[in-house]
Design a protein around this ligand. Structure first.
Ligand SMILES: Cc1cc2nc3c(=O)[nH]c(=O)nc-3n(C[C@H](O)[C@H](O)[C@H](O)COP(=O)(O)OP(=O)(O)OC[C@H]3O[C@@H](n4cnc5c(N)ncnc54)[C@H](O)[C@@H]3O)c2cc1C
Length: 372
C-alpha cells in the first residue's frame, strides 16, 4: 500500500511514522512550505485534556486516550531518533482571581471529580508553595496532575528525523494543487503540474484542508483557520507548572523560555502579529506574574488552528471516494491528539477499520452534525 500524505505538520508526520511502523509501502509527505512550520510550530505544546473539559464526552475520551499514549510515544521517538521531545507531567494549574472565577472553578471541579477526572483543589497557600512567583491575587486554584506539555518544535524535529531514517519521503515546497479522483477513487494528487499516484491519499493539510477538498467537490466538514498569537520571555526559569488564568496561559519551557498564549481570532489566513494581540497577552502575563510588568517580550509569533464544526477533529475515510482519508480540524488540541490520530489513520488506511473511540470523528459524523 503506497500512501501520499498532504501536509507536513504533526498530524501528517505522526501518521506517516505510524504507517511506516505498521508496514505501509512507499510513503510520501507533500508539504507546500517547510514541514512542521505552521500551526505545529506555533503551538504552545500543552497536553491538557482535563484542564480544558467540563464533561466526559467523545472528545474528552479521545483527548485522554492520546494523553495516555504520550509517554510511550515520547519514549519510542527518543529511541528511534535520539530526540527528546521534553514530555513534562508536572501538572497544570488553573487559577482564579475573583470570587466568580473561583466559584466557576469549584463548580467545574465538582463535575470533573464526579466524572472521574483527576483534579485537586488548591488554596492560595498551596499555590504560593507550588508556584511562589504567581500573583498573590490568585484566590483559588485547581491542579490537574495528569496534564502537562511537550516541546512541540522538538516533536516536529523528531518526526522529521524519523522520516529521514525510515524512508518516508518528505517533499518540501511541494504544494498539492489538486486531488486526482477517477471513477470515485482517489488515485493521487497533482503537484506543480505533475501527477503523483498512490493507493491512498491522506489530507492532513491543517487549516488549508478545505481548499483541496472543496476544489475536488468532496463532501467533508468545512475547515477554517483560527489565528492564535503567542509571546515569549527568555531567561525565565522560575516556574514549573503550566498555568491557566487571567484570560491566558503560561507555559514554562526547559530552555527557560516562558510562553504566554494565546489569542483566538477570526482573521482568515493572515498570520501577522498585532499590537493588540501582544498587548492582551502581556496583560494576562502581568496579571499572573506581576514581575513581568513593563518587560518587553523577547519573541512573538502567530499560527492558524484548523477549526471544523464544534472544534472537533475530522479523522478517517471520506465517504463516497475510496482511497481518500482526512485528518484535520484538530483546532486547539492537535499536539495532544497527534498520537491517537496517527493510530486512527493507520487503522483506516491499512485495515479499513474504525476503532470505537474514533467513530464520532469520522467525516460522515461531522457532516451529519453540521446538517442537524
Ligand atoms: C497559538 C497556538 C497555540 C496552540 N497550542 C496548542 C497546545 O498547547 N496544545 C495542542 O494540543 N495544540 C495546540 N495548538 C493547536 C495545534 O497547533 C494544531 O491543532 C496542530 O498543530 C494541527 O496540526 P496539523 O498538522 O493539522 O496542522 P499544521 O501544523 O498547520 O500542518 C498542516 C501542514 O499542511 C501544509 N499544507 C497545507 N496545504 C497544503 C497543500 N495543498 N499541499 C502541501 N502541503 C499543504 C501546511 O503548509 C502545513 O505545514 C495551538 C495552535 C496555535 C496556533
Amino acid at each position: 500500500m503506497n500512501v501520499l500524505i498532504i501536509g507536513g505538520g504533526v498530524i501528517g508526520l505522526a501518521a506517516a511514522r505510524k504507517l511506516r511502523l505498521a508496514g505501509a509501502g512507499r510513503i510520501t509527505v507533500l508539504e507546500k512550505g517547510r514541514a512542521g512550520r505552521e500551526a505545529s510550530w506555533a503551538a504552545a505544546g500543552m497536553l491538557a485534556p482535563d484542564a480544558e473539559t467540563e464533561t466526559v464526552d467523545a472528545m474528552y475520551r479521545l483527548c485522554r486516550r492520546s494523553n495516555e499514549l504520550y509517554s510511550d510515544f515520547a519514549e519510542r521517538l527518543a529511541d528511534e531518533t535520539g530526540i527528546d521531545i521534553e514530555l513534562d507531567r508536572t501538572g497544570t494549574i488553573c487559577a482564579a482571581f475573583s470570587e466568580t472565577e473561583a466559584k466557576h472553578l469549584n463548580n467545574r471541579l465538582a463535575s470533573q471529580l464526579a466524572a472521574g477526572i483527576r483534579t485537586e483543589s488548591l488554596s492560595s497557600a498551596d499555590v504560593a508553595r507550588l508556584e511562589p512567583r504567581l500573583s498573590r491575587d490568585v484566590s483559588a486554584a485547581v491542579l490537574f496532575p495528569d496534564n502537562g506539555q511537550v516541546e512541540n518544535r522538538k516533536l516536529v524535529s523528531a518526526l522529521l528525523e524519523f522520516a529521514r531514517r525510515n524512508s518516508v519521503e518528505v517533499l518540501e515546497d511541494s504544494p498539492a494543487d489538486e486531488l486526482l479522483i477517477r471513477n470515485g477513487r482517489a488515485v493521487g494528487v497533482s503537484v506543480k503540474g505533475e501527477s503523483l499516484e498512490a493507493d491512498a491519499v491522506v489530507v492532513a493539510a491543517g487549516a488549508w484542508a478545505s481548499k483541496l477538498l472543496v476544489k475536488a467537490d468532496v463532501r467533508c466538514p468545512q475547515v477554517t483557520p483560527v489565528k492564535g498569537q503567542i509571546i515569549a520571555y527568555e531567561h525565565f526559569s522560575a516556574m514549573r507548572h503550566v498555568v491557566y488564568g487571567a484570560g491566558g496561559y503560561l507555559v514554562p519551557r526547559r530552555d527557560c523560555r516562558l510562553l504566554v498564549g494565546a489569542t483566538v481570532e477570526d482573521a482568515g489566513f493572515n498570520t501577522d502579529v498585532t499590537a493588540d494581540g501582544v498587548l492582551s497577552l502581556r496583560r494576562s502575563a502581568e496579571r499572573l506574574l506581576p514581575e513581568l510588568a513593563g518587560r518587553e517580550p523577547d519573541d512573538k509569533w502567530a499560527g492558524l488552528r484548523p477549526y471544523a464544526g464544534g472544534g472537533q477533529p475530522v479523522i478517517g475515510a471520506v465517504p463516497g471516494v475510496s482511497g481518500l482519508f482526512v485528518a484535520t480540524g484538530h483546532f486547539r488540541n492537535g499536539i495532544l491528539l497527534a498520537p491517537v490520530t496517527a493510530d486512527l489513520i493507520t487503522e483506516a488506511v491499512l485495515n479499513d477499520s474504525v476503532p470505537e473511540i474514533g467513530r464520532p470523528f469520522l467525516p460522515a459524523s461531522g457532516m451529519e452534525a453540521a446538517a442537524s
